[in-house]
Each structure stands twice: as structure tokens, then as C-alpha cells.
Design a protein around this ligand. Structure first.
Ligand SMILES: Nc1ncnc2c1ncn2[C@@H]1O[C@H](COP(=O)(O)OP(=O)(O)OP(=O)(O)O)[C@@H](O)[C@H]1O
Length: 573
């Protein structure tokens, strides 16, 4: 979406930490200056040794340089790590903020496990860029420049020899960089892919076991892991080639300097102490060149990670307005010639859906599977945008409602009624954290959950297990209804569970629905005869259109499809 140069994007993450970074940078410069002074001081020690002068001064200087270098570098290093963690935190915050505000349609496409790896894995790579990448590179450049300056002073000819070797091999390394970045991006993608496969297996854990598909799923995850491994190896190959090239550069330069320098010392063109100092400086080049190469590699890795992070950040988000409020007064709903398809390449799901639900009472949506009933709910919640026609809630086009207010006005209970991990209380308060104890007790009573609460060892504070595995299907559905009711919705959308409920649970559910419908508008996707016969009106949908509206008795007499549904679906299932 944005077309900024990659390093600019990187700067955005680093900017909030620029002060600490500057301090760290200065410290590492001081550290490298202390380091740079050492060979020169060593030369003085050698000179003093040769000339029989006092060695105390140079030796003290050498000690001071070592100490200053060590302390300053350690502190500078700590600051860098700290900033690195700060960058990771900042990136994660930003990414998570976007992740939870994405549009449902985009999330449908993306794989949860892959998204997870972007938040956990890719953000971590950004830190490496900062700590080893940017700062080490800056201090390396400084050390390098300093060492070269000293080397000019020592002997210009030897410097030329050194630079020639380094430039040739440096060029080779530069050629490797784009390959490293590409390989790293692919490696990160494999890690994301592995997360996605693993996530799928864990989400459908019982199905995997029941289908005897453990080995196949293990195979799939292992395959993704192996791919990540292979691609990681490719990164390692290119990286170590870059490392080897650097190492060779220094070794060849060393041999060349030794040969040329030895000749120059023999001919009297240069002193032996200068040659020693020069060789020491030459080895001083090893670390910064290594750092530069590593910095460049880290930078490539960081860019690869950044690409994956930006892919998510650049997706459009929903408006992040304040949480909406609802006063619980019932509202009416109207669909007027609504046309909708899930994607450009998808078939239409709604071909002009029209119906009208007055405020209050119970309205049942019925129709064969795939008729588009759940889609009615998804459109009302604005999980997706309809292509044409009008949907109004309380007489107001839903596109004109602030999204947060619209969603606060609607209570939504999904068919598989998810219960989140945590205690029963946490689950109930999920949509209304500020609800009072009294509200809570009332909601529990209204949804006939008091028996359950009395039976649980720690009442409301009993942990209900990951995804509510410790509750029955009927209990889960009622927990979800209670959760929705605590938000005092003006319209309750209830996608009835298709699974068979036992007689007691079915009776309870019917009572709960009837009681809620006395106070607010309830729109229920009905799979049960008890629900449709108890409804004030029934909307019959077929293949993306409304074919009839009426009471149970009207429809049994007037609508063939309804009669058929009543005879088979509702009575049997
Ligand atoms: N998120 C989605 N992305 C793409 N297509 C979808 C999506 N959700 C539903 N569909 C398609 O839209 C059509 C209508 O689905 P919908 O869930 O609204 O039907 P339904 O009447 O509620 O059926 P059921 O009673 O089986 O739940 C189906 O063909 C389905 O495949």
C-alpha cells in the first residue's frame, strides 16, 4: 500500500528510541576509540623498549584504554539490548492492535497460525537489526575509519595493498546480500506456514484423533518444519559464504602486508614497530568488517520480517471508536432488497432479501442449509458489507451507525457458542466487564444457569476449560446467551445450535428465549420446532431470498417448503 523505501520503514520503528540509541551510539564510539588507541600505545611500548626509555606512561595508557573500552562497551551493549526489546514491544503493540481490528473478510483469508508467527517470531527479528545491525554497523564504520586513518599514518603503501584486497572481496559480499534477504523471507514464510498447519491440527484436535489422522497431521507439520529447516540452511549457506569471504579478505591482506611490509622494513623504508602496529590495526579491521557484514545480514533478515509485519499492518482496519453503549430498548430490523456475495469471485448468497421485523418479540429465520440465514446475522453485525439494498436497525441505515454503537445494540450468539478459557464468571463478563454482581446473578437466573453454578465446585469461579470443554452443548449455548444479555442488547441474534439437545435443555432454552423475547427483539435462526412454534413470526428463506413470512399455523397452511421443513427438519432434528 505504502511504497516507502524499506530502510525508512525501519526508521519508523527506531525513531521513538532515538535518544537512548544516540547515547548507546556515543558509548560505543568511545569504546571503539579506546580500542583504536591500543595498537598506537603498543607501538609506544615497543619504541620505549627499543630506546630503553620509561615504559610506565605507555603501559598505564594501555591499561586505561582496556578498562574504559570494557566498561563503556558493556554499558553501551546493555542500552542497545534494552532499545531492541523496546522496538519489539512497540512493533508487537502496533501489530496486535491492527490484528484485532482487521475486517472479518480479511481474516477469513489469513491463517491464524501464520498471523501468530508474525507477532511472536517476526517482531523478534527486528531486535536483531537494531542491536547487531544498526548500532554495531555505525561503530564498525567508525572503528574502520579510525583504523584506516592510523594506517595511513603508519604506511600509505601498505594501506593501498590492504584496501585493494578488501574492496574486491567486499564487492563479492555485497552480491550475496539480496540472496540472503530472499532466503530469509522464505524461511520466515515457512515458519508461518508451520504455525498455520500446527494451529489447524490443534484447533481440530478431537477430529484429528477421531479420524486417526495423527500421523498424517504430524507428517504435515513435520513437512512444514523441514521446509523451514531447509530454507534456514540456505540462509546459513549464504551467510557463511559472506563470512568466509570476509575472513579470506583479512588473511590475504595480512599475507600481502607481511610480504610487502617485510620488504619495506628490510629496505629501511619503514620501522619494525610501525609494521607491528600496522599489522595490529589490520586485525582491528577484522572485527568491524565482520560486524558490518553481520549488520548487513541482520538488516536483510529484519527487512524480510518487516515485510511480513507490514503485510498485516497495511490491511485496512475497522474504525477503532470507543466502546458503544446500549440502553436495551427493543429495536426493529428491516432488510430491503439486500444483495450480497462474500467475494468478487464468489456466487451471490443474497439475491434481494427483504423482510421486516418490528421491535420486540421473537422472529425465527428458517430455511434449508445454505439459504443464507447466518449471512443475515453477519451483515447485521457488519462483519461484511452488502453490495446493494438497505439494512436498517431502529429505522437507521446500519452504514450510518457508528460501528461500536451498532455492535453494542446487537447481542450475537454464534451457533457453536464459543466459551473462552478462564472461569465461568470471566466468560459471562466478557462482553460487559462493568456489569454488577446483581446483573450477573440475574443473567444467570434468566438463562437457567443457576443449577449449573450450584453444581460446579467453585460456582461462578470454576474454570470452564479451554473453549468450554467442561460444559455441555446446551450449557455453552446458554452461557453465550447470558454473556450477550449482560450487554443489554436491543436486538438478540441467536444462531440456534443444530445439535440435538436433551429434553431438559431444550425446554430451558425455549423458556430462556421466550423470556428474553418479552423484553427485547430476538431474531433466531431456528432448527427446532419448539422455537418456531413459539415464534411471533417466521421468515422462510430459500436460496438467498425470503419466500414467505407468517406464523407457524399460517405457514403450515400456505407454504409448501415450510410444511416440508416442519415435517422433516424440525420434527426429526
Ligand atoms: N465466510 C464465508 N465466506 C465465503 N462464503 C461463505 C461464508 N460463509 C458462508 N458462505 C457461503 O454462503 C452461503 C450461505 O451460507 P449461510 O451460512 O448464510 O447459510 P445458512 O442458511 O445459515 O446455512 P446453515 O443453516 O447450514 O448454517 C453458503 O453457500 C456458504 O458456503
Amino acid at each position: 500500500m505504502e511504497n516507502k523505501a524499506p530502510w525508512r520503514l525501519m526508521v519508523e520503528y527506531v525513531r521513538p528510541h532515538s535518544k537512548v540509541l544516540l547515547l548507546g551510539g556515543i558509548l560505543s564510539l568511545v569504546g571503539s576509540a579506546a580500542g583504536l588507541a591500543m595498537p598506537l600505545l603498543a607501538k609506544y611500548v615497543v619504541d620505549a623498549f627499543g630506546e630503553g626509555g620509561s615504559m610506565t606512561g605507555p603501559l598505564l595508557g594501555l591499561t586505561a584504554a582496556v578498562l574504559v573500552g570494557a566498561v563503556v562497551s558493556a554499558f553501551g551493549g546493555y542500552l542497545m539490548e534494552r532499545t531492541g526489546e523496546g522496538v519489539v514491544l512497540g512493533a508487537r503493540r502496533k501489530l496486535v492492535d491492527r490484528l484485532l481490528r482487521l475486517r472479518v473478510a480479511d481474516v477469513d483469508r489469513l491463517k491464524p497460525g501464520d498471523l501468530l508467527s508474525r507477532v511472536t517470531g517476526d517482531t523478534t527479528l527486528l531486535r536483531a537489526v537494531l542491536t547487531n545491525g544498526i548500532v554495531n554497523s555505525i561503530s564498525a564504520v567508525f572503528t574502520l575509519a579510525g583504523a584506516i586513518a592510523f594506517m595511513i599514518v603508519m604506511d600509505g603503501v601498505l594501506l593501498l595493498v590492504t584496501l585493494l584486497v578488501i574492496v574486491v572481496i567486499g564487492g563479492l559480499v555485497a552480491l550475496l546480500m539480496p540472496r540472503i534477504q530472499r532466503a530469509q523471507l522464505q524461511a520466515q514464510e515457512s515458519v508461518g506456514e508451520m504455525g498455520a498447519v500446527l494451529d489447524r491440527a490443534l484447533q481440530s484436535y478431537r477430529t484429528v484423533k477421531a479420524s486417526g489422522a495423527e500421523n498424517r497431521e504430524i507428517g504435515n507439520v513435520t513437512q512444514a518444519a523441514t521446509q523451514a529447516h531447509d530454507r534456514g540452511l540456505r540462509v546459513a549457506v549464504w551467510t557463511s559464504m559472506a563470512g568466509t569471504a570476509t575472513w579470506m579478505a583479512v588473511q590475504i591482506a595480512f599475507l600481502a602486508v607481511l610480504a610487502v611490509g617485510g620488504a619495506r622494513v628490510a629496505s629501511g623504508a619503514m620501522e619494525i614497530s610501525s609494521l607491528i602496529a600496522f599489522l595490529l590495526y589490520l586485525f582491528y579491521l577484522v572485527a568491524p568488517i565482520g560486524q558490518l557484514v553481520e549488520g548487513a545480514v541482520q538488516f536483510q533478515n529484519g527487512l524480510a520480517a518487516l515485510k511480513r509485519i507490514r503485510e498485516v499492518e497495511d490491511l485496512p482496519g475497522e474504525p477503532s471508536g470507543a466502546t458503544g453503549a446500549s440502553d436495551g430498548t427493543p429495536v426493529g430490523v428491516r432488510f430491503d432488497d439486500v444483495v450480497f456475495q462474500y467475494g468478487e469471485d464468489r456466487e451471490r448468497v443474497h439475491h434481494g432479501v427483504t423482510f421486516d421485523v418490528p421491535p420486540g418479540g421473537l422472529t425465527a429465520l428458517v430455511g434449508p442449509s445454505g439459504a443464507g440465514k447466518s449471512t443475515v446475522f453477519a451483515l447485521l453485525e457488519r462483519f461484511y458489507e452488502h453490495q446493494s439494498g438497505t439494512i436498517t436497525v431502529d429505522g437507521r441505515d446500519i452504514r450510518d451507525w457508528p460501528l461500536a454503537d451498532l455492535r453494542a445494540a446487537l447481542g450475537y450468539v454464534e451457533q457453536d457458542a464459543p466459551v473462552l478459557a478462564g472461569t465461568l464468571r470471566e466468560n459471562l463478563l466478557f462482553a460487559a466487564p462493568d456489569a454488577t454482581e446483581e446483573d450477573l446473578t440475574r443473567a444467570v437466573r434468566r438463562t437457567r444457569l443457576d443449577d449449573l453454578v450450584a453444581r460446579l465446585p467453585e460456582g461462578l469461579d470454576t474454570a470452564v476449560g479451554h473453549r468450554g470443554v467442561l460444559l455441555s452443548g446446551g450449557e455453552r449455548q446458554r452461557v453465550a446467551i447470558a454473556r450477550a444479555l449482560l450487554r443489554r442488547p436491543r436486538l438478540l441474534l441467536l444462531d440456534e445450535a443444530t445439535s440435538q439437545l436433551d429434553a431438559v435443555n431444550e425446554l430451558r432454552l425455549r423458556e430462556v428465549i421466550a423470556e428474553v423475547a418479552a423484553e427485547t427483539t430476538v431474531l433466531v435462526i431456528a432448527h427446532r420446532l419448539s422455537t418456531v412454534t413459539g415464534a411471533d413470526r417466521i421468515v422462510v428463506m430459500e436460496a438467498g431470498q425470503v419466500r414467505a413470512v407468517g406464523s407457524h399455523d399460517d405457514l403450515v397452511g400456505a407454504d409448501e417448503l415450510y410444511r416440508e421443513l416442519a415435517a422433516t427438519q424440525f420434527l426429526v432434528a
